[in-house]
Design a protein around this ligand. Structure first.
Ligand SMILES: O=C(O)c1ccccc1NCC(=O)[C@H](O)[C@H](O)COP(=O)(O)O
Length: 398
C-alpha cells in the first residue's frame, strides 16, 4: 500500500470518496475554477499496485489494491477523469453524462471502498444517447485523423466567412430576423422530414429565398446528415456562411468542421461544462469560426452570460431531453435583467426551433431575437424558396 498517500487530491476526489470536487478544500482555494485540465497527470507517480473488484451481497462494489502495470494505470486514470468530468458537469446543473456509467477498470488502483452508482447502461434521454454515441464516434475518427494532421489540413480549407456579420446585415436589410435555414433530412423527434433530400439543391433554394446563413446537420446516425453535405454545399459555390450543426464534445471536432468548410459551429450548454465552452469559444475565434452557444433554460443562459467572448447565443425552444417545443421559451429567457445584460454585451440572439408562421417570427422578434434558426417548416416544402416567403409572410430575398 506504500505510495497511496502520494495520490494527489484530484485523483482522490475523482475516485469518488470523501468530499465532492467543489467542496474539496484544494479546489475551493483554486483559481481559476476547477477543471479536468488541472489534474496533474505527471505527478505523483502512481504506485505499483492494482486493485481487485468484488461485489457484496447488497450490490456494493469493493475495491482492494493489488499490483499494477503502466497500461492499467492509464485505464484507471481515464476512468478517474471520466468520473471527475461528470462531477464538474453535475455541479453546473448538467444532466447529460458524457459516457455510460461504469465501474472502475478491473485493475483499479485504490484502497477505497465505494458503491457503484450505476443506474444501468441505458441513456436517460435522447440527448444523452446521442452524446454517448458521439463519444465513440469521435474517438474512432480521431484515430484516423489526429489533431496534428487536421491542423495541417487547415491551410487548404476554404476561408472562414463572417457568420454573425451575415445575420446582422440581413436584419438591417429586411427589418426581420436574419434567417439561418437548416438543411435537415430527419430528426429523432420527427423522423424523416424529406425523402427527396438533395442537400445542395435545398441549400441553393434557401439562398435564393433570402437565407442569411445555413445550418447543416452533420450527424449521420440520428439526423441522416453528414460532413459530406457540408463540404458539398461549400464547394457548390453557395455564398451563405455555414453552421456545422453537430454535437460537439471535444475541441477536435471544431478543427474537423473547419477543415470541412464550416464558418460557425454549435456548442450546446446542456452538454458542455463552462470551462469547455470558454476554451472552445477561444478555439473558434482562433480559427475564425463563430460559436453559436445554445441554451434552453435560465440556468444555462446565466452560465453562458458569465462566459467571456460569447457573441452569439441560440435559445432552443425544443427541450432536447423531452422533445417538447414551446416558443414562449425564447421570451421567458429574454425577459428582465437577462435581456438587459444581453443588450449591454451586444450579443446577437437566435430563436431556434418550432417556428412555422409569420406570427411565430413576429413573436420571437418582439421578444428580442435578431436571428432565427428554422428547419422543419421550410425543409418540408416542395419549394423551400417559397417556404421561406411563407414563413416570413413576404419575400425576404429583396
Ligand atoms: O430536432 C430534433 O428532434 C432534435 C432532437 C435532439 C437533439 C436536437 C434536435 N434538433 C436540433 C434542433 O434544435 C433543430 O434542428 C433546429 O433548431 C431547427 O428546429 P425546427 O425548425 O423545429 O426543425
Amino acid at each position: 500500500m506504500e505510495g497511496l498517500a502520494s495520490l494527489n487530491t484530484a485523483t482522490r476526489v475523482a475516485i469518488g470518496v470523501g468530499p465532492s470536487l467543489l467542496r474539496d478544500k484544494h479546489f475551493a482555494k483554486s483559481s481559476p475554477p476547477p477543471s479536468i485540465a488541472m489534474i496533474n497527470h505527471n505527478s505523483p507517480r502512481l504506485p505499483s499496485i492494482r486493485a481487485q473488484q468484488s461485489e457484496t451481497s447488497d450490490g456494493a462494489s469493493t475495491v482492494t489494491a493489488v499490483s499494477e502495470s503502466p497500461e492499467n494505470t492509464l485505464k484507471a486514470k481515464e476512468w478517474e477523469v471520466g468520473m471527475l468530468q461528470d462531477e464538474v458537469a453535475a455541479s453546473q446543473g448538467i444532466r447529460i453524462r458524457r459516457r455510460p456509467p461504469s465501474g472502475p477498470p478491473q485493475h483499479y488502483v485504490g484502497p477505497f471502498e465505494f458503491r457503484l452508482q450505476n443506474e444501468g447502461n441505458t441513456p436517460r434521454n435522447i440527448l444523452e444517447e446521442i452524446i454517448w454515441h458521439k463519444d465513440i464516434e469521435v474517438s474512432q475518427l480521431k484515430e484516423r485523423r489526429p489533431l496534428v494532421t487536421l491542423k495541417k489540413a487547415l491551410d487548404s480549407a476554404p476561408p472562414a466567412r463572417d457568420f454573425i456579420g451575415a445575420l446582422r446585415a440581413a436584419h438591417a436589410r429586411t427589418g426581420l430576423p436574419g434567417l439561418i435555414a437548416e438543411v435537415k433530412k430527419a430528426s429523432p423527434s420527427r423522423g424523416v422530414l424529406r425523402e427527396d433530400f438533395d442537400p445542395v439543391e435545398i441549400a441553393r433554394a434557401y439562398e435564393k429565398g433570402g437565407a442569411a446563413c445555413l445550418s447543416v446537420l452533420t450527424d449521420q446516425k440520428y439526423f441522416q446528415g453528414g460532413f459530406e453535405n457540408l463540404e458539398a454545399i461549400r464547394y457548390a459555390g453557395v455564398q451563405c456562411p455555414l453552421l456545422c450543426k453537430e454535437f460537439v464534445i471535444e475541441a477536435w471536432q471544431i478543427y474537423y468542421a473547419r477543415t470541412k468548410g464550416a464558418d460557425a459551429i454549435l456548442l450546446i450548454a446542456a452538454v458542455l461544462p463552462d470551462l469547455d465552452i470558454r476554451y472552445m469559444v477561444k478555439i473558434c475565434k482562433m480559427l475564425g469560426l463563430a460559436a453559436l452557444v445554445e441554451v434552453h433554460d435560465e440556468r444555462e443562459m446565466d452560465r453562458v452570460l458569465g462566459i467571456e467572448g460569447v457573441e452569439l447565443i441560440g435559445i432552443n425552444n425544443r427541450n432536447l431531453e423531452t422533445f417538447e417545443v414551446d416558443i414562449s421559451n425564447t421570451k421567458k429567457l429574454l425577459e428582465g435583467e437577462r435581456g438587459e445584460l444581453i443588450r449591454q454585451k451586444g450579443i446577437l440572439v437566435v430563436g431556434e426551433s418550432g417556428l412555422f408562421t409569420p406570427d411565430d417570427i413576429a413573436y420571437v422578434q418582439e421578444a428580442g431575437v435578431r436571428a432565427v434558426l428554422v428547419g422543419e417548416s421550410i425543409v418540408k416544402q416542395s419549394d423551400p424558396t417559397k417556404g421561406i416567403a411563407g414563413l416570413f409572410g413576404r419575400d425576404i430575398s429583396v
